[in-house]
Design a protein around this ligand. Sequence first.
Ligand code: ATP
Length: 313
Amino acid sequence: MIQVEGLTKYYGEHAAVRDLAFTINKGEVIGFLGLNGAGKTTTLKILGCVLLPTSGRVVIDGYDAVRDPHEVRKRIGFLPDTPPLYDEMTVGEYLAYVAQLRGVSSQEVRARVTEAEEKTALREKDGALISTLSHGYRQRVGVAQALVHRPAFLILDEPTSGLDPAQIRGMRELIRSLKGAHTVLVSSHILPEISETCDRLLIISGGQLVAQGTEEELARKLGGGSVEVEVRGDKAKALEALAGLGPVTVAQEDGTVLSLRVEVSPDQRPQVARALVGAGLELLRLDRGAQRLESIFLSLTRNGGASSQEVSS
Ligand SMILES: Nc1ncnc2c1ncn2[C@@H]1O[C@H](COP(=O)(O)OP(=O)(O)OP(=O)(O)O)[C@@H](O)[C@H]1O
C-alpha cells in the first residue's frame, strides 16, 4: 500500500505540489492525470525516492520514503520521464547491471533479466546495443529496468511519451499485463490511454489533487456523462422514447439509421436500451460517450488547482 499525506514540494518560492493526499491499494493500476506543469513528475520523483519533499509523508508498505529510502527502493520500480539508459551497453548487460545495483543476488541475475525481457517483449533484443534501439524499444527497456528486481510497486512517468500509435498500443497492453503482479501508478496527459488502462484516476491541477475515483464515480459526481446509441426506426419515436431520460442530440442521420447522444450517466445504459426497444426501435449499438473522460478532465483542470471543484470518493 502507498500512503501519501500532506505532500508538498517547493522549488524556491514556487510550490510545484501542495498538500497531496491519496492512498493506493495493492494490485491497483492508477492513472495520474494532469496538464503539463501540473506536478506529476515532481510527485512521482518523490515516490521514486529521487527527490525529497519539502513537507508531508510518503509511506510504502510501512516504510517512510524519507527515513527508509533503501527499503522503499527495494519495493518500487521507477520509470522516469527520461529512462536512464547506457547507450554503449546491450539490453541484457544493462538489465543485469541494474539488477545487481538493486541487490539481486548474482546467481539470480540472469533469470531476472530473462523474466524482465519476457514481460516487456524484449527477448530478441537481449544482445542489441541500446544505442541502436528505436524510441519505442528504449521505453520498453525503461520499463524492464523498473521491474527487473520484482518490485511490488511500479511508478511509470509518461511511458508512452514520444511513441507512435502502434507503440502506444503496445505499451498500453504491456501496462495491462503488469496488473496482478504489480501495483502500478502511471502518469499521462493522454486521456484515452488512462481511461483504457487504469482502475482509478488521480487528477492533479496546479500542484493540487482535484479529484480521485473511477471514471464512473467522477462522471456521476460531476453530473456529466453521456450514452451514444445507433438505432433504426422512426426519429420522432426515438426522441419521444428518450425524452424522459435526458437531453438528446442527433449526431448523425443516415436514412432510417440514427446516431444519438443522450446526456445521462453511463449507469443508465439499461434504461436507454429499454426505452428504445420498448418504443419498437431496432437498437444497433449502445456505448458510453467517447469524450467523457476528456470533459471530466477539462472541467476539473480548467481553473487550475485552487479553484477547481473538489471531488473524491
Ligand atoms: N527543478 C525545478 N526547478 C524549478 N521549478 C521546477 C523544477 N521542476 C519542475 N518545476 C516546476 O514545477 C511545476 C511542476 O512541474 P512537473 O514537472 O512536476 O509537472 P508535470 O505535471 O510533470 O508536467 P509535464 O507533463 O510537462 O512533465 C512546474 O511549474 C515546473 O515548471
